[in-house]
Design a protein around this ligand. Sequence first.
Ligand SMILES: [Zn+2]
Length: 229
Amino acid sequence: MCREIIEGLYQIKAKKPGSHAYLIKGKDLTILVDSGVHQHMAELEESLASAGVAIGDIDILINTHEHFDHIGANKFFQDSVMVAAHRSAAVKIVTGDEEVTMCRAHAQHVTGYKVHMWLNNVDLIDAGDFKLKILHTPGHTSGCLCIYEPRKHVLISGDTVFAKGTIASVYKSGSLGEYLNSLRRLATMKIQLLLPGHGIISDNAEEDITKAIENVETLMNERRNELPG
Ligand SMILES: [Zn+2]
């Protein structure tokens, strides 16, 4: 299922266990954010077609992080589409680390996956009417990124922030301390629309991020109290 959220930006809803994908039809570039699990490629292709986009029309596929439910269908794109991820995610995707991509647990294989563009914090992808600012937001994993459109005040947040401030589990390469820093940085930005990798979208992003910070702080305090002595 594909729906236009704001002009030129579409959400392709997740079919579980995959993540939502977002399609940006910019004046200069067509960009897909996350590909979901490979088993749902047929549905993804149908959804793209309903927005008038074929795989060959996509210029860049950006992965918000290295988890299987966001990268699984990459292999159907990577020979004709430029794949981009934060460098900390890219290294795990291309080495096929099944443990950190969660692929082993979900019986998916990451062999032969490619990442053509290894992104850094504050890189900018200029799609014409969409300027996509890459924010490295480690916490859930070390390779998480969010994509911020500063003029439209939209944040594609992957698994970093969900509606109502729900936070994601912290995986092996992630860290609660980094999660807190990432959220505090997001809290300084003007964001009106939150487009997460799972669950509902939110037009109350600033409140969601404030709540997410509280949730991480509570978790940190609980962990601190569990320490001996
Ligand atoms: Zn994840």
